[in-house]
Design a protein around this ligand. Structure first.
Ligand code: ATP
Ligand code: MG
Length: 168
């Protein structure tokens, strides 16, 4: 049994994340997906709640070729204890897939197997770029799975982002 682990903030979940998870699914028996900074929402950098992000991921990954678990994980302000914190919230996993330098470093220091998947069109497929497009009223829908477009529409996500970015 090889259970993989993948973590991100997913603000929002996009096609880059989806392409990595589809690749990981090919050589994993199960995948654990952590939604990081779960406590944050309604800010310009973190507009969506953990629950909204659970919806984005679960709906987009329907039909993935292996079972997966989506688990919100709140920040703790202690990097040295973060791996134990993650492990306390998740099913046990064997391999970590991440390109985030801090995530890679923290898991490596615990002696765990860390793999760095190739990026998928990183220039446009980044949460930062997608939030910028939402704010500026530019097209973003082609950068995310169709289910994410539905969720953002359902929760009026673009209006939320534009409002909280405004000044009083
Ligand atoms: P933000 O710009 O808000 O930081 P992000 O696109 O980097 O958003 P995260 O949620 O921070 O997304 O990233 C989660 C994981 O997905 C990280 O390990 C990151 O390296 C990876 N990732 C992000 N974009 C891509 C991409 N285009 N292709 C492959 N992996 C990606
Ligand atoms: Mg990032």
């Amino acid at each position: 049994m090889n259970r993989g682990f993948y973590i991100g903030r997913f603000q929002p979940y996009h096609n880059g994340h989806q392409s990595v998870l589809e690749r990981i699914a090919c050589f994993s028996d199960e995948i654990v997906i952590g939604i990081g900074s779960a406590q944050l929402s309604h800010t310009v950098a973190n507009p969506f709640t953990a629950g909204e992000r659970v919806l984005m991921l679960t709906r987009s990954l329907e039909g993935l070729r292996c079972p997966f678990y989506v688990i919100p994980i709140e920040d703790i302000q202690r990097n040295a204890l973060w791996v134990a914190h993650v492990q306390s919230m998740t099913p046990p996993f064997d391999t970590i897939y991440s390109s985030n330098p801090l995530v890679m470093q923290l898991f490596s220091e615990e002696g765990m197997d860390v793999q760095s998947p190739d990026m998928y069109e990183r220039q446009t497929h980044s949460g930062t770029e997608i939030r910028r497009r939402m704010l500026d009223g530019e097209p973003w829908e082609h950068l995310v799975p169709p289910a994410v477009v539905d969720v953002v529409r359902e929760i009026r996500g673009v209006e939320r982002l534009q409002r909280i970015a405004g000044s009083d």
